[in-house]
Structure formats: structure tokens, C-alpha cells
Write a protein that binds this ligand. Structure first.
Ligand SMILES: Cc1ncc(C[n+]2csc(CCOP(=O)(O)OP(=O)(O)O)c2C)c(N)n1
Ligand SMILES: [Mg+2]
Length: 369
């Protein structure tokens, strides 16, 4: 049996060593977790009302995401799995860029080359998500190693899900990192499910943390709904990696409260009692109780913080929903310094068809040949 590291019990009582953090920093963690939840709530509503196409919910994962990402410095890198977009907001991804990506409008920095809900932000060292499971592990390790060889003080946090632990990238990534002592931290978010495959059915290993052993990468399991435990363990692993001590594998035990995505119906494959049991371990309720007991949060503080975030979000949504769609011309741009003749001809044909179906404004972006 692997011990699960914990600072706060599910009822918010203290059962481990509280990390040495100022009251202001402790409160900040709650603010960011609430932002994750508010963003999730608003995006789901937009999707359900047909205003955006797709959402991968993060309900229940707030402590795992924020506790771990908050342990990184601004020079460090964060390689997302499938659900850490709101942690990038904490690291500097502007909220309007986040929402623009959800609408895939003309402000989307991915220029519509990703499906929505796949973020990137160069400014905060947050590379673009990959829908292909597990690819980020080898990319992240390579980048960590390159940074080390160039003498840069960077740690690369590489996230993946329980399902991704069965991908090729997981094994080559951990092996590569172990052999070369790459300055990285693997954050495996075990949220109970990989679409409809239960985490228990994903592996015959005694635990996900034990998987690191084969590669000489020490593994630890943490209560992923306990933001203080997640933060403390990640901070230690980041320090080790920064000091040349090599990579670690952190397994965050948490739960995906809603479906895999807005296209999924989880009631078809999981027991409502399991979901109800995890609702009792809500990461925000737990942390709120701790902060109230400690006098760092005032009664009604959570509601006021959430209301302010929702108001900010609604303003951003209004602006981004009204923004122009991405120009279809971007389909053929950015590959060649100058769009070659054969692509211009194909695009012009396409633009004519779009116009005749009323799906594009007259002459939109057509290339004069
Ligand atoms: C290489 C590859 N295989 C299969 C899929 C289909 N797929 C998308 S998400 C997913 C499950 C991912 O589960 P997990 O890693 O636990 O992440 P979570 O969705 O729980 O955050 C699968 C199998 C894919 N995107 N890429
Ligand atoms: Mg999962």
C-alpha cells in the first residue's frame, strides 16, 4: 500500500503539516480555485445553450490543478494534459484569450487550428495542448533537457491523466527523464476515469506512483482534493528538480465530477453512489472551512469572490461573443512565407463556394491571383 499524503481531511480539519505560507497566499489559492470553478460553470452554460461547441469540465479538479501549478515559478513551464487551462489563467493567460479560444473567433491565438477548449500561451510558458493522448510527455522532457543543457533555470511540470499512463509517451517520457535526470515533475491526475474506463481497470500495478520505480523516478500519491497537500508535495518536487536531483512522479488522487466532455453521458457507465461519495470530498468546500477556521476568510467571502469573478467573466464573454469569426483565409496561411499559387487557387474556389452558400461575406479573404 502506498501512503496518500494529506494536510486537510475532507471536513477541512488539519491532519498534516500546513505549508509555511502567508495568509495572503493561502487566500490567493482559494481565489484561483474559485476562478477555475466559475470559468467551468460559465463555459458549460455556453455549451448547453449552443453558443460554443465543446467543453471538458474541470469540476472537482480545482485543488489538483491550482495546488500543483501554484508551486511553479514564472520561468517554469507547464505542459497540460486535458484539463489545466484555468491554471494557465493563473499563470497569465488573459481571460479574454481563454474565452476567445472557446468561441474560436478572430481573437483565438490558435487561429482555429485547435478545436475549442485547447489552450496555449507563450507568455506563461504554456505550450499548446494536444488531443493526442500522452504526446506532451516526451515533448516536455525534451524541452526540460534542452533547458538544462542551455543553462536555463527552468523546471518543466508535465501533466497527464490516469488514462495517459497507458500511452507510449508516458513510458518513453519517464524513461528518458530518469536516464537523463531531466529537470521535470510529472503530475499524473488520477481523476478516476479515462472517458468510460475506470482508473481501477487502467492498470494492474499496485498504484500509479509505483510506475515510476521502473524508470528510477520516485513516485508519491497525494490527496488531489487537498490543495495544501498538493502544493506542498509539488513544491518539494520542483525544488528537487531545480537543484539537479532529477524528476519525480506525483499522483493526484481526485475525481472528475462530470462527464469526460460535454459530448459524454457518464450516467451510462458509473455508479451515482461513487459520484455522491466524491461530492462529500469537494476540494473548495474543504479549503473554505480551513480558511474560515483560521480566520483568513470572512463569512460570505467565498460568495463575494465568486460573484466578482462571474461578473468579470460575463463582461469578457459579451465582448468575445460579439467578435468577428476567424477568417477562413488562415486555412492556407502561416505555412509558407508566401501562399503558393496552388493553395491560392484552392482557397479561392473554396471562398466562392462559401459565398454562394451564404457562409462567408462576399470576397472574404480571397487571394487575387
Ligand atoms: C492517442 C489517443 N488515443 C485515444 C484518444 C481518445 N481519448 C481522448 S481522451 C481519452 C481518455 C483520457 O483519459 P485520462 O488520461 O485519464 O484524462 P482525463 O480525460 O481523465 O483528464 C481518450 C482515450 C486520444 N485522444 N488519443
Ligand atoms: Mg482520467
Amino acid at each position: 500500500m502506498v501512503d496518500v499524503q494529506r494536510v486537510l481531511a475532507a471536513d477541512g480539519s488539519v491532519v498534516g503539516a500546513v505549508p509555511d505560507m502567508s495568509d495572503c497566499r493561502l487566500r490567493e489559492l482559494l481565489v484561483h480555485m474559485l476562478r477555475v470553478r466559475c470559468i467551468d460553470e460559465r463555459m458549460l452554460k455556453l455549451q448547453r445553450s449552443g453558443r460554443i461547441g465543446f467543453v471538458g469540465s474541470t469540476l472537482g479538479l480545482e485543488a489538483a490543478m491550482i495546488g500543483s501549478a501554484a508551486a511553479l515559478g514564472p520561468m517554469d513551464w507547464m505542459w497540460s494534459g486535458l484539463r489545466e487551462g484555468a491554471a494557465a489563467v493563473m499563470r497569465g493567460l488573459p481571460l479574454d484569450e481563454y474565452v476567445a479560444q472557446m468561441f474560436c473567433n478572430s481573437n483565438d491565438t490558435a487561429k482555429g487550428r485547435q478545436m475549442c477548449n485547447h489552450f496555449q500561451h507563450a507568455g506563461s510558458h504554456y505550450p499548446s495542448w494536444s488531443s493526442g493522448i500522452g504526446t506532451q510527455l516526451t515533448h516536455g522532457v525534451g524541452a526540460a533537457l534542452a533547458a538544462h543543457r542551455r543553462g536555463l533555470d527552468e523546471v518543466h511540470a508535465i501533466y497527464c491523466g490516469d488514462g495517459a499512463s497507458s500511452s507510449n509517451g508516458f513510458h518513453s517520457g519517464l524513461n528518458f527523464a530518469g536516464v537523463w535526470k531531466a529537470p521535470c515533475v510529472f503530475v499524473l491526475v488520477d481523476n478516476g476515469w479515462a472517458i468510460s474506463v475506470s482508473s481501477r481497470a487502467q492498470t494492474a500495478a499496485e498504484s500509479y506512483a509505483a510506475k515510476g520505480r521502473a524508470y528510477g523516478v520516485p513516485g508519491v500519491e497525494v490527496d488531489g482534493n487537498d490543495v495544501l497537500a498538493v502544493h506542498g508535495v509539488t513544491a518539494e518536487a520542483v525544488e528537487t528538480a531545480r537543484g539537479g536531483g532529477g524528476p519525480s512522479l506525483i499522483v493526484l488522487k481526485t475525481y472528475r465530477m462530470l462527464g469526460h466532455s460535454s459530448s459524454d453521458d457518464p450516467t451510462r457507465y458509473r455508479d451515482p453512489e461513487e459520484v455522491a461519495a466524491w461530492a462529500e470530498r469537494d476540494p473548495i468546500d474543504r479549503y473554505e472551512t480551513f480558511l474560515l477556521d483560521r480566520g483568513v476568510l470572512e463569512a460570505g467571502g467565498r460568495e463575494r469572490l465568486a460573484a466578482a469573478t462571474l461578473a468579470e467573466l460575463d463582461e469578457v464573454i459579451r465582448t468575445q461573443e460579439a467578435a468577428a469569426p476567424m477568417s477562413t483565409r488562415t486555412l492556407v496561411e502561416d505555412v509558407y512565407a508566401e501562399v503558393p499559387g496552388h493553395l491560392r487557387r484552392q482557397y479561392n474556389d473554396f471562398a466562392r463556394i462559401q459565398e454562394s452558400h451564404g457562409e462567408a461575406r462576399p470576397g472574404e479573404g480571397a487571394f487575387p491571383l
